[in-house]
Write a protein that binds this ligand. Structure first.
Ligand code: ADP
Ligand code: MG
Length: 365
C-alpha cells in the first residue's frame, strides 16, 4: 500500500488546459472517488497517475517516490477500465495470470496468486471458462482479478461498472466495497455516478473543467456543498432565486426566509441562490406561524415506493417550484392530493445560501 500525492498537476493538449493545477493527498489505504461531468478530465487525471499520459506540470508521488518519469509498469499500480478487454481465446485463469507470465513468474507462484484472487472474487468455479462463457459481471470480476494478482500498491478504476446493467452494477458496487475492506489497497476510482461515489468513497473529489471544486467525505459533500455546482451534482437539490435581506434574511419573491448558513460574504440586495434538499422541507405540523412557512399548491405527487416526491408551486414567488418529500403516512393521514393547497416550511438551519445565481443544467434545455 502507498499514499499518493498530486502536487499542482496540470495537463495541456496544445493550447487546451485539460487538468489545471490539481493538488491532492491520498492516504495509505484510502478509497478516493473522482467525480464530475463528462469531459471534466477524470480519465485524463487517472491516466496521468497511471503513467499513460505525460504530466505537463507538477509532480506525482506514489509511496513517497517521484513518479513523473517512471514507466507505468514500475509505478506499482493496477488499472481497471470500463471496457475490460479480456483476451477472448484465454481462460479466466490465463487472463488473470497473463501479466505475471510476462513478468517471468513461475507456474506455481502464478497459480497461487490466481487462486487467491479467484477466492476473493468468488471466481473459483469459472477459472477454466473462456470470456464468452461468462456473464458480464463475471467478466468484470476477471478484469478485477487481473488487477489483484499483481498485488499493486494502488488500484486505479475508470468507470469499471458503466457497462453493466443497473442491477448488476449495484451488486458489483457492494463487491468492490468488500474487496477494499479485505485488501485495504489505496484506491482511486473514477465515476460520474453519484451513488457509486457516495457509497464507495472515504473521500470524494468533485472535478469541474479540470479543477477541483471540493474535497470531502460523502457526508460533508452532501450536507455542506461548497457551491451550487456541487450541490447540483451530488443528490437532489432545490434552487430558488432570491435576494439577500439584512440580518440573516433572504427574500424569494414576496416570501421572507430566515437562514443560519452562508450569508457571511453576501451584501444586502445581492442576487442569491437559496438551496434546500427535498427531504429537509418540513411537511408535518406546519402552520402559517411556523418559521419560514411557505404556502404552496401541490402540482404533482409521485409515488416512489418508500415515500412521495411532491412538486409544489410556491404561491407568493412567481414560477418557483419546490420539490419536497412526503412520507407515506402523511399522505394517507391527511389524504393529500394533487391540486390541494399545502403549507410547508424551509427550516432555517437546512437552508443554504450562495452568493451567485445558479441555472440548473436542465433548465437550459
Ligand atoms: P472525463 O473522463 O471526465 O469524461 P477526459 O479526461 O476523457 O474526461 O477528457 C477531458 C478533456 O480532455 C475533454 O475535453 C477531452 O476532449 C480532452 N482530451 C482528452 N484526451 C485528449 C487528447 N488526446 N487530445 C486532446 N484533447 C483531449
Ligand atoms: Mg472518462
Amino acid at each position: 500500500m502507498a499514499h499518493v500525492r498530486l502536487n499542482g498537476l496540470s495537463k495541456s493538449y496544445g493550447k487546451v488546459d485539460v487538468i489545471k493545477d490539481v493538488s491532492l493527498d491520498i492516504e495509505d489505504g484510502e478509497f478516493v472517488v473522482l467525480i464530475g461531468p463528462s469531459g471534466c478530465g477524470k480519465s485524463t487525471l487517472l491516466r496521468m497517475i497511471a503513467g499513460l499520459e505525460s504530466i505537463s506540470a507538477g509532480t506525482l508521488e506514489i509511496g513517497g517516490a517521484a513518479m513523473n518519469d517512471v514507466p507505468p509498469r514500475d509505478r506499482g499500480i493496477s488499472m481497471v477500465f470500463q471496457s475490460y478487454a479480456l483476451y477472448p481465446h484465454m481462460s479466466s485463469a490465463d487472463n488473470m495470470s497473463f501479466s505475471l507470465r510476462l513478468a517471468g513468474e513461475e507456474e506455481a507462484q502464478r497459480r497461487s496468486k490466481v487462486d487467491r484472487a479467484a477466492d476473493i472474487l468468488g471466481l473459483g468455479p469459472y477459472l477454466d471458462r473462456l470470456p464468452r462463457q461468462l456473464s458480464g459481471g463475471q467478466r468484470q470480476r476477471v478484469a478485477m482479478g487481473r488487477a489483484i494478482v499483481r498485488k499493486p500498491e494502488v488500484f486505479l478504476f475508470d468507470e469499471p461498472l458503466s457497462n453493466l446493467d443497473a442491477k448488476l452494477r449495484v451488486k458489483m458496487r457492494a463487491e468492490l466495497k468488500e474487496l477494499h475492506q479485505k485488501l485495504r489497497t489505496t484506491t482511486i476510482y473514477v465515476t460520474h455516478d453519484q451513488v457509486e461515489a457516495m457509497t464507495l468513497a472515504d473521500r470524494i473529489v468533485v472535478l469541474r473543467d479540470g479543477e477541483i471544486e471540493q474535497i470531502g467525505t460523502p457526508q460533508e459533500i452532501y450536507s455542506r456543498p461548497i457551491n451550487p455546482f456541487v450541490a447540483d451534482f451530488i443528490g437532489t437539490m432545490n434552487f430558488l432565486a432570491g435576494i439577500a435581506g439584512g440580518q440573516d434574511k433572504v427574500r424569494v419573491g414576496d416570501i421572507e426566509l430566515a437562514t443560519s448558513n452562508g450569508l457571511d460574504d453576501i451584501q444586502e440586495d445581492d442576487a442569491i441562490t437559496v438551496c434546500i434538499r427535498p427531504e429537509d422541507v418540513a411537511t408535518r405540523g406546519v402552520t402559517p406561524d411556523t418559521e419560514n412557512a411557505v404556502p404552496t399548491v401541490i402540482e404533482t405527487l409521485e409515488f416512489l415506493g418508500s415515500f412521495y416526491r411532491a412538486s409544489l408551486a410556491v404561491q407568493d414567488a412567481g414560477e418557483t417550484t419546490i420539490r419536497a418529500d412526503f412520507s407515506i403516512n402523511l399522505v394517507r393521514d391527511l389524504d393529500i392530493k394533487e391540486g390541494q393547497e399545502f403549507t410547508v416550511a424551509l427550516p432555517s438551519d437546512h437552508i443554504r445560501v450562495y452568493g451567485e445565481i445558479f441555472t440548473h443544467a436542465d433548465d437550459l434545455i
